[in-house]
Write a protein that binds this ligand. Structure first.
Ligand SMILES: Cc1cc2nc3c(=O)[nH]c(=O)nc-3n(C[C@H](O)[C@H](O)[C@H](O)COP(=O)(O)OP(=O)(O)OC[C@H]3O[C@@H](n4cnc5c(N)ncnc54)[C@H](O)[C@@H]3O)c2cc1C
Length: 390
């Protein structure tokens, strides 16, 4: 593992332990209740703003914390250990910030990033459409230049933070006829306010409740031309894909957080529940489960740290981030189900948090690029790395 300086290490430990305390004191006691009521966690969001969590990946000159990727992943693990929904509120917001930091013009960064760091301006990413998710080049939302603005027309689907957020990254086609399609795609930052944008529906979901996921309609909605990221049309697909590389690691860390929460609940329960005269943790079948769960969790953590360190060295980490996302999120799904088995009927009850972990886990398998897509990315990169020139 890469050496980290002592001061950097102390700083990381301080950030992560502060978040851990916040999660244990403020989040865990209320998470299941709020989630069952599908109630937005306004008070927790206020506290997250105060803690600077909306500016985690924003440079210090714009008021952010600018933490390295490993610290960023550790923070997401801690929050998701308490409540995946809460991590969702800063998750897609941080993807938008990442794209702006990397590709935004200086003027755009100065205009948006300070308020994004405080959470005053916050939101997420508008990529997916009713007919295009994995295949993003197939989007049909258009952005047509009209003087000083672009007019947006089309629909976006599954947009996290769309109701409570106010500022978003949008992917649209500025040249719908371009071939290949990605050359005609552009990314914008837009703010709510002007007429022509409707948040039409909150999608009812299996889990990941309380944080809203919505459908949006754009009808000649004006976005200032000055908000075209980097000032260059035709770069949006590449910009969004780079943001998704970062998202893979944050989604992997969310999976790790869910898995850890489920495991901790299961190992505690296994020491208290007695069957056939002894705690169930003394039955070998249960021990095998606990051993497998903990091993997968540790392997997930190491895959995430290894990819994060590569990214912090300034290298592309598509292969490693893909492996981390695939393994950690499948682990979340598997471990939450195993935890449910260990708790028996109580695992199926809303009196225990395991049912929430079980309902939340599939989102991390699907979101941030489905795991089917991760396997394609992994295989593509392996074939590049091991190219047979014979
Ligand atoms: C709760 C939630 C929140 C979300 N938040 C956001 C958000 O904030 N912003 C946003 O833009 N999107 C968001 N999404 C959308 C998410 O990114 C997409 O659902 C995801 O990218 C998959 O797209 P799809 O649902 O259209 O599935 P499809 O692309 O239709 O895929 C269907 C199935 O086919 C598989 N598949 C597709 N193509 C291939 C291929 N080439 N090879 C093998 N298998 C393939 C997929 O893996 C999947 O199993 C969210 C989704 C959920 C569930």
């Amino acid at each position: 593992m890469q050496a980290v300086s002592k001061s950097k290490n102390d700083e990381r430990e301080l950030i992560v332990s502060t978040v851990r305390k916040f999660v244990e004191k403020e989040v865990i006691p209320v998470a299941s209740e709020l989630e069952h009521r599908n109630e937005y966690p306004h008070e927790l969001v206020r506290q997250m703003k105060e803690m600077g969590l909306f500016g985690l990946n924003i440079p210090e000159e714009y008021g952010g914390a600018d933490v390295d990727t490993t610290t960023f992943a550790m923070v997401f693990e801690e929050i998701s250990r308490g409540w995946l929904g809460l991590a969702g509120i800063i998750g897609s917001h941080s993807v938008m910030c990442d794209v702006l930091v990397r590709f935004g013009a200086e003027e755009q960064k100065g205009r948006f990033l300070p308020d994004m760091a405080t959470g005053e301006k916050r939101g997420g990413i508008c990529l997916t459409e009713p007919n295009a998710g994995t295949d993003l080049q197939n989007i049909s939302t258009t952005a047509a230049r009209d003087g000083e603005v672009y007019r947006i027309n089309g629909s976006k689907m599954w947009i996290t933070n769309a109701r409570h957020g106010n500022t978003f990254l949008l992917l649209a086609k500025t040249d719908p006829a371009a071939q290949p399609a990605h050359q005609g795609m552009s990314a914008f930052i837009f703010e709510k306010g002007a007429p022509g944008l409707t948040v039409s529906r909150d999608i009812d979901k299996l889990g990941y409740k309380s944080v809203e996921t919505c459908e949006l309609h754009f009808d000649n909605f004006p976005v200032p031309a000055a908000n075209l990221i980097g000032g260059a049309a035709g770069q949006g697909f590449k910009q969004a894909m780079t943001g998704l590389e970062a998202e893979r690691l944050n989604v992997a860390a969310r999976g790790l957080g869910i898995a850890r929460a489920a495991f901790e609940e299961a190992i505690r329960y296994a020491q208290r529940r007695v069957t056939f005269g002894k705690p169930i943790c003394e039955h070998q079948t249960i021990q095998n489960k606990l051993a497998d769960m903990a091993t997968r969790i540790e392997a997930s953590r190491l895959l995430i740290y290894s990819a994060a360190e590569k990214r912090d060295r300034g290298e592309r980490c598509d292969l490693e981030a893909g492996m981390a996302k695939l393994f950690a999120t499948e682990t979340a799904a598997e471990v939450s189900f195993e935890a449910m088995r260990i708790l028996g009927a109580n695992g199926y009850s809303k009196d225990f948090p395991v049912e929430r972990y079980y309902r939340d886990a599939p989102l991390v398998v699907i979101g941030g690029g489905t795991n089917e897509l991760q396997r394609l990315i992994i295989a593509r990169n392996l074939l590049k790395k091991y190219k047979d020139n014979g």
